[in-house]
Design a protein around this ligand. Structure first.
Ligand SMILES: Nc1ncnc2c1ncn2[C@@H]1O[C@H](COP(=O)(O)OP(=O)(O)OP(=O)(O)O)[C@@H](O)[C@H]1O
Length: 303
């Protein structure tokens, strides 16, 4: 696959903070690439260097083959940046904001298709400041994509949104990918990364700990592995005594059975349930979430 973003040995220091420390990665055309990490990990600094908004100290960046520091004007036409909602004037009507932003670009498009795609029609005459958080995010997404850019950068796109608005925003981001755009987003919501991203780079203290597809990261690095078992009849002590079981956690009639060899533990568990007449109401193999993995990677790095 063709990379549209290539970053090599990127560094950025602020006084005594090494905010971005030897970061290298590439993003392929048409993918949703997540930059994931806790507060202060260096996500915003990295994305803003890619956007050409901050100067790097060292390293190379190529966006569609161009260096954002030396070709800012060419790149401005081809990338879209979702700015924080505070960057739009409160009293400006949605239609006015769309018209204004559209006038910044050579590739001026009609605003109607984007209004339809994002369902903004009922709010065109509403002042930006009167919109809810979810609608403000829709408008800033429209402003970022009004010139039909090839690459869209989203910094914490769903911060502060309620779960419903967040899910709606995810659908819109997936729609952008369907249209063939490449999307780079920062997030500290693991669920967002799992649902949206084709690949994620896990940032911690200015470095990348791992890069891969979310599911593959969990499968390769995940340490949290247990059987999820739901049964009214099951007995915690008997579960603990099954061969190979290292730990059992109980929450009501739900048990998490930890074992190195989950398949063998499952076999013993079903035999025991059959002998004892326990009814298993639900059962699944749990290999942990991206969040579990992230916590364990951070612990490992600190150690
Ligand atoms: N302009 C600046 N001057 C000094 N230090 C800065 C500046 N911007 C960021 N930093 C520091 O650099 C480090 C990385 O910050 P950055 O904002 O890139 O992280 P982040 O992962 O985006 O975190 P958040 O999710 O909190 O925005 C932090 O320690 C931060 O305090």
């Amino acid at each position: 696959m063709e990379p549209v973003i290539v970053v090599e040995h990127l560094h950025k220091r602020y006084r005594n903070v090494h905010a971005v420390n030897d970061v290298s990665f590439s993003v392929n055309m048409g993918e949703i690439y997540g930059i994931l990490g806790p507060n202060g990990a260096g996500k915003t600094t990295t994305i803003e260097m890619l956007e050409g908004l901050r100067k790097r100290d060292e390293g190379t960046i190529r966006i569609l083959g161009l260096d954002p520091d030396t070709h800012p004007y060419e790149l401005r036409e081809r990338i879209g940046i979702q700015f924080q909602s505070t960057s739009v004037q409160e009293r400006m009507k949605v239609k006015e904001a769309l018209q204004l932003f559209s006038s910044f670009y050579r590739n001026r498009r009609e605003i109607d298709p984007i209004v339809n795609a994002l369902g903004l029609e009922p709010y065109l005459d509403t002042p930006f400041g009167q919109l809810s958080g979810g609608w403000k995010q829709r408008v800033t997404l429209a402003l970022a994509t009004i010139h039909d850019p090839a690459i869209v950068f989203l910094d914490e796109p769903s911060a502060g949104l309620d779960p419903h608005a967040r899910r709606e925003l995810w659908e819109l981001i997936l729609q952008l990918r369907k249209e063939g755009k490449t999307i780079v987003l920062t997030t500290h919501y693991m669920e967002e990364a799992e649902r949206l991203c084709d690949r994620v780079a896990m940032f911690h203290k200015g470095r990348i700990l791992a890069v891969d597809k979310p599911q593959r990261l969990v499968a390769t690095w995940g340490k949290v592995r247990y059987l999820h078992v739901e049964s009214f009849e099951a007995d915690e002590q008997r579960l603990r005594m099954l061969p190979g079981v290292s730990e059992v956690k109980r929450d009501g009639h739900v048990y998490h059975v930890f074992a190195r060899d989950l398949q063998s533990a499952a076999l013993h568990l079903f035999r025991l349930a059959d002998e004892e007449g326990w009814i298993i109401r639900s059962f699944r193999f749990e290999t942990g979430s991206l969040e579990d993995l992230f916590i364990s990677l951070v612990k490992e790095e600190s150690a």
